[in-house]
Design a protein around this ligand. Structure first.
Ligand SMILES: [Cu+2]
Length: 191
């Protein structure tokens, strides 16, 4: 019993030392560029080409990427390409939103299924039901709203926009996978 107590006491400095190590690692971890601090939120009001509100996107920062919930209506039933565009301006026909965010060096071609891609703005397609409604969540490791972490920072000087296209993105062909016109656009902003 006495020996056990001594052992336990002897172990205390070791536990403290281990704790210190964990803390040190934790501090290093928090500065590691491959992880973001969780907790930042953002949103985008989604507009169609006539300027009507057709939905919203809710952005939530995760440790390794950005989760985006997309709720929209009034779309053509079927698959639609969705991308993060480089400029936070949504004046119809939404060319004001610029090209896709693609700040990598060297810049990568478009397409989640492109052997040399994807670019940073690429996202999976979303599906509009028979009533033209979309409810989806997409996740990307190539964009962030946290100040530090993986991916391109969406709160840069000219902002960013979420764009839904008329057609499905084939995730391979240039420049936008055949996704066609920009039918919905939302300026993304900190929440
Ligand atoms: Cu696009």
């Amino acid at each position: 019993m006495r020996l056990a107590r001594l052992s336990a006491l002897a172990a205390l400095p070791l536990i403290a030392a281990l704790g210190g190590c964990v803390t040190v690692n934790g501090v290093e971890h928090s500065y590691h560029p491959s992880r973001a601090v969780i907790g930042d939120f953002g949103e985008a009001t989604l507009m169609n080409a006539t300027g009507a509100r057709v939905g919203r996107a809710i952005l939530t920062q995760g440790a390794t990427g950005l989760l985006m919930r997309i709720e929209a209506e009034g779309l053509t039933p079927g698959w639609h390409g969705v991308h993060i565009h480089a400029t936070g301006q949504c004046a119809a026909p939404f060319t004001s939103a610029g090209g896709h965010i693609n700040h990598g060096e060297p810049k990568a071609p478009h397409g989640l299924l492109n052997a040399d891609g994807p670019d940073d703005g690429d996202l999976p397609n979303v599906f509009a039901d028979a009533q033209g409604r979309v409810n989806a969540e997409v996740f990307t490791t190539r964009a962030r709203i946290a100040r530090n972490g993986p991916g391109e920072w969406l709160w840069d000087a000219d902002g960013s926009a979420l764009v839904i296209h008329a057609n499905m993105d084939d995730q391979t062909s240039q420049p936008i996978g055949g996704a066609g016109d920009r039918v919905v656009c939302g300026v993304m902003a900190a929440g």
